[in-house]
Write a protein that binds this ligand. Structure first.
Ligand code: NAP
Length: 347
């Protein structure tokens, strides 16, 4: 949204826009993560979530993010009436590749093979009840399948009109370059926040070189950076996925909560919340790297989408950025229990 990112025009609802891939559509510079509306983060509230979808659109959010694995298709089904009402205004992104075994809710199976992709896209189109998916991501990499096979199969879907643009999630810089040689990649989605900066070393520069937009997921550190919980093991419900995340429980949670002190100080200086500072930071960090970025904070509450989109108007000073700079290196615990599930585990 600032110099170097290429997105400075304003949508009707107020937030500025950024391009989604070279030559791609302009989308609101902040998107909306819809995962928590059906999956992963404790009790769901369908009415509040529906109101959140509508409020986001009013505020200029146009990129809505889901995946087939979020609630085993429930999240895509949940979004379908909203999409039916607003199809031309919304860019819908979904993902394939991750399956959760029925007998092992903590387990993950990754499928990247061409026959599976064809099956997955048809199922997502049906659940979303749309003719075309605007942005289709490979959610995770199965290293046993050549990336050329995976992206080749995804490119066929573009040629057939089932998908408009391609994205990859949690890929390494090398995987991104190999994929981009098969078919242009519009977006890379990876975790990027004040607490998770590993992609800045290789993935972000590769995306910049190739004209790929970065879509940071969990820009609020899965809520931790808002200061709304400390120890997931105590503060969150038994079905909350964050109870299994190494950063958010026990001694790690206590140590990490202390790291929020400078975030709170910067927030006070702006009359803002810590979460808004986290969102402003990722936006400004992308400007430093010189590439378009569209973070997708997740929320199920209209008032929070107002708070989060307002963060796009906060500019941090150099002194404030310096204050926030050391945080990521001090974070206790990895961002996933198994880092092989991330690009950093393969870089
Ligand atoms: N590609 C991938 O592998 C991957 C992985 C994870 C997530 N994602 C995508 O990225 C999206 C965002 O990531 P995320 O949901 O994991 O993490 P996040 O956006 O960092 O944080 C979401 C959490 O923060 C809370 N929250 C949001 N705004 C808040 C505010 N203003 N004040 C206080 N709390 C606030 C939400 O609670 P409420 O909902 O109760 O407001 C939720 O618990 C997901 O929805 C999903 O679409 C992708």
């Amino acid at each position: 949204m600032t110099e170097g990112t290429g997105g400075t025009s304003s949508t009707g609802g107020g937030i500025v826009t950024a391009p989604l891939g070279a030559g791609g559509p302009e989308v609101g510079v902040q998107g909306l993560g819809c995962m928590g509306m059906s999956f992963a983060y404790g009790p769901v509230d369908a009415d509040a979530s529906r109101a959140t979808l509508e409020r986001a659109l009013e505020l200029g959010v146009t990129l809505y993010d889901t995946a087939d694995v979020y609630g085993a298709g429930d999240n895509e089904r949940f979004l379908s009436p909203f999409l039916a009402a607003h199809r031309e205004e919304v860019v819908i992104a979904t993902k394939f590749a991750v399956l959760i075994p029925a007998d092992d809710p903590a387990g993950r199976v990754t499928r990247n093979d061409a026959p599976y992709i064809r099956q997955a896209v048809e199922a997502s189109l049906r659940r979303l009840d749309v003719d075309v998916i605007d942005l289709y991501y490979m959610h995770r990499r199965d290293v046993d399948v050549p990336i050329e096979e995976t992206v080749g199969a995804m490119a066929e879907l573009v040629r057939e009109g089932k998908v408009k643009q391609l994205g990859l999630s949690e890929v390494t810089a090398g995987e991104l370059r190999d994929a981009h040689a098969v078919h242009p990649i519009a977006a890379v989605q990876s975790e990027w926040s004040l607490f998770s900066r590993d992609i800045e070393a290789n993935v972000v520069p590769a995306a910049r070189d190739l004209g790929v937009t970065l879509v940071p997921y969990s820009p609020l550190g899965r809520g931790f950076l808002t200061g709304s919980f400390v120890d997931a093991g105590q503060d969150l419900t038994a079905d909350d996925f964050r109870r299994r995340m190494p950063r958010f429980t026990g001694e790690n949670a206590v140590a990490n909560a202390a790291l929020l002190a400078p975030v709170r100080a910067v927030a006070d200086a702006h009359g803002a919340t810590p979460g808004q500072i986290a969102l402003a930071w990722v936006q400004q960090r992308a400007a430093v790297h010189g590439l378009p970025v569209v973070p997708i904070p997740g929320t199920r509450k209209p008032s929070r989408v107002e708070e989060n989109t307002a963060a796009t108007r906060i500019t941090l000073t150099d002194a404030q950025l310096d204050l926030l700079e050391p945080i990521a290196d001090k974070v206790a615990g990895t961002r996933y229990p198994d880092m092989a599930f991330t690009s950093a585990g393969r870089e």
